[in-house]
Design a protein around this ligand. Sequence first.
Ligand SMILES: *[C@@H]1O[C@H](CO)[C@@H](O)[C@H](O)[C@H]1NC(C)=O
Ligand SMILES: *[C@@H]1O[C@H](CO)[C@@H](O)[C@H](O)[C@H]1NC(C)=O
Ligand SMILES: *[C@@H]1O[C@H](CO)[C@@H](O)[C@H](O)[C@H]1NC(C)=O
Length: 698
Amino acid sequence: MRKKLLALLWIITLSTCLRTALGVYKIGVGIADCTGPAAEVTFIGYGKSNQKGCGIHLRQFSRAFVIDDGSQRVAFVSVDAGMMGYGVRKAVISRLQKQYKDTYTESNLILSGTHTHSAPGGFLMDFLYDIPSLGYVKETFEALVDGITRSVVRAHENMVDGKIFISTGELTGANINRSPTSYLLNPEEERDRYKYDVDKEMVQLQLVNSAKSTIGVISWFPVHPTSMNNTNCLISSDNVGYASVLMEKFLNKNSLVGQGRIVAAFASTNLGDVSPNIKGPRCLTTGEECDVVSSTCDGQAKLCVAAGPGDNMFESTKIIAEKLFEQSKILLQSANAKEVTGPVRHIHQYVDMPTQNVTIALPNGTITHVTGCLPAMGYSFAAGTTDGVGELGFAQGTKSTNSYWNTLRDLLFKATEEDIRCQHPKPILINSGRISIPYQWQPRIVSTQIVQVGEVLLIAVPGEFTTMSGRRLRNSVQEAAISNGASPDTKAIITGLSNVYTSYITTPEEYQMQRYEGASTIYGPHTLTIYIEKYKELIRALLKEEKLDSGPLPVDLSHKVISLQPGVVFDTPGLIHHFGDCLLQPPTRTRVRSKVRVKFVSGHPRNNLMNEKTFLTVEKLTDGDKWIIVATDADWETKFIWTRTSTLIGGSEATIEWEIPYDATSGLYRIHHFGYFQHIFGGVHPYSGVTNTFQVIQ
Ligand SMILES: *[C@@H]1O[C@H](CO)[C@@H](O)[C@H](O)[C@H]1NC(C)=O
Ligand SMILES: *[C@@H]1O[C@H](CO)[C@@H](O)[C@H](O)[C@H]1NC(C)=O
Ligand SMILES: *[C@@H]1O[C@H](CO)[C@@H](O)[C@H](O)[C@H]1NC(C)=O
C-alpha cells in the first residue's frame, strides 16, 4: 500500500515537472466591470479637487489572468483605476479566501492599476491621496473590490490547458519623456546603452488554449494614461483602456464591450516620466517651447501644457490607443513569439522603507550605506506636470524653499533637521511621514513581490518607476536571477502601480533636479537603491527556495477612514415630468458618422453604479420586431453625461450622445436610458425611458 502510494506520488510529481517543462499550464482569464460612481466624485491622478465625475465615456474593467503549473498558481490582475492600494487588495484577498480558501494570497496575487487619470478616487485610504475626493469614498472602494474579485472568480472558474507565448516589439510615436532634463542627469555611459529617453518596447504575453486559440493577452508598454486631460469629467479608461476595448472587440468578433470571453489587458509598467502627449509641452500664450527645467512660460507653470497627437483629448486618446492596439496585433501574429516554459513560483515581502539601511558599493569601489527616509513630498509635487498642472502656482525643479510655505508646513507637520538632511536636496512641502492626524498620510510599509512563470519574471512595484529606474531594476533582477540559476532567456517585466501606492521612484541622479517625479519620490534620494536591493533578495530567495521573513504588516486604515463626500439626498423629476421622460428626441432620420444627442429626466447615477449593466443602450430593430443592443455606455461611440438641474429639488438630466459609426447598418434605431432614483421619503427605485424610433441611413 505504502509503496503504491509512493509510486503514485512520484508519478504525480514527475508529470507536473513534465507539464511545465513542456510549457503546458492551466490558464484562465476573466473580465469584470468595476466602474466607480459616475458623478460628483473627484478623479484621482491630477490631484485637482474640482475635476469631478459627470458621466461615463468608457467603463472601468478589471482583467484577471490565472496561471497554474499543477503545483503553484499565480494571478495577475490589471485594473482600469488610478492605482492599487493596500485596503483594496486586502479586501479582495479576504473575499477570494472565503470562496477558495488559501488559493489566492498576498504572495501569488498581483493587482496592478493602469493609472488612468479619469476615474473616481477615494479608495486609497492613505489620507494625502484621498484629500481631493474629500476623504474615503465607499462606493469607489466597493466597486473596485467587487469587480476585481469577480474578474478573478471568472478566471478561476474557466481554467483550461494551454500555453503561453512571449513576444516583444518596438513602438515609436506613442510616448515621450516629460522630464527629459532629469533623465539627462543619469550617467552618460548608461544613457548611451539606450536609443531613447523612454522605453519603446512593448512586451506581450499571449495565453493560448489547447485548440490553439488565443484566450488572453497582456501587453506592457510604458505610457501615462493622461491623454484625457484634467478638464475631463467623464469616466474613462483612457488610451490603454481603449486599446483593450479595441483588442477585445477584434478578438471577440464584436461582442459587446466587457462581455467577450477573450480578455486583453494593456497594463502599466515603468511609466513614471512617460507622457502620451507627444506634441510636447508648449506655452499656451505663444506656442513656443517652455523653460525645460521648470516647465514654465514667463515663470508660470499653468501656461505650459503638453498635448497629444490629436486636435482634442478624445482624438489624442484614440490615436494612442490605436497605436497600442496595432502594435499588439502585430505581436499576436508575430512568428518570433517564444513559448514560455518552466515552473510557476511567487514571493512577497512587506518592507518598512524609512528604516531600511542597505550597503552599496560606489563606482570607485568605496563601500557605503544608504537609508530610507520618512515619507515626504517636495515643493515641485505641488507644481504638477505638463500633463496636468498644479493649482497653487508652484514650478517644477524647485530646490529652494520659501518661508511662507515652510511656515504653513511646520504648522501642520514640523520637518526635523534629520528629515531635511535625509530628503536633501528635496525641499519638504508636506512632511507626511511625521503626521498621523487624522491617520496615516502616506504608506511607510510597501509591498514587494515577484512572480515567476518560466522565463518570465513579473516584478510588482508599489508606485511609478521612471524609465531609467525601471531599466535599472529590471537589469538587476534579471542578472540576479541568471546568476542564481534561472534561464539565460529570463525576461523581467515591471508591473507598475501594484498592490500599494507610494507615488514615484526616480534614480538618485534624477532626484537631484527635483522635478515633479523627484519631488514625489517619497522615501528620499535612495528609494530606488533600496528597492533594487530588496528585489534582488526576493529573486535570490525565490530561486533558492529560501523562506523570507514576511515583513511588518501595513496598518489597516479601513476602520479609521473619514468620508466627507455627501451622499445622494433625494431625486425629483420636477412637477410635470416622470423619471425617464425623454426631453430631447433624436431626429427622425440621420446619417452614419453624424452624432445623435438625446436627453432624459434622470435620477442620480450614484443611486446604483450599474456595474455589469449600463445607463444606456443603443438598439437596432431586426427581423421586423426584435431590438438588439448595438452599443452600451462602455462603447467609445457613446457618452453618458449627467447634469444637476436643481440642487433644491434634486432635479437632474441625462444627456446621451451616440456618434454613429461609419459601418453602422441602415435601419431603425432607438436609445434607452436606465437608472435609479432616490425617493424623497427614502428607497431607491429603478426607472427607464426610451426615445422615439429613428432611421439611420448609410
Ligand atoms: C484639455 O483638452 C481640451 C481639448 O480636448 C483643450 O481645449 C484644453 O485646453 C485642455 N486643457 C488642458 C488643461 O490641458
Ligand atoms: C547603517 O548600517 C551600518 C552598519 O551596518 C551602520 O554603520 C550605519 O550607521 C547605519 N546607518 C544608519 C543611518 O543607521
Ligand atoms: C568614492 O566616491 C565617493 C563619492 O563620490 C567619495 O566620497 C569617496 O571619497 C571616493 N573614494 C575614493 C577612495 O576615492
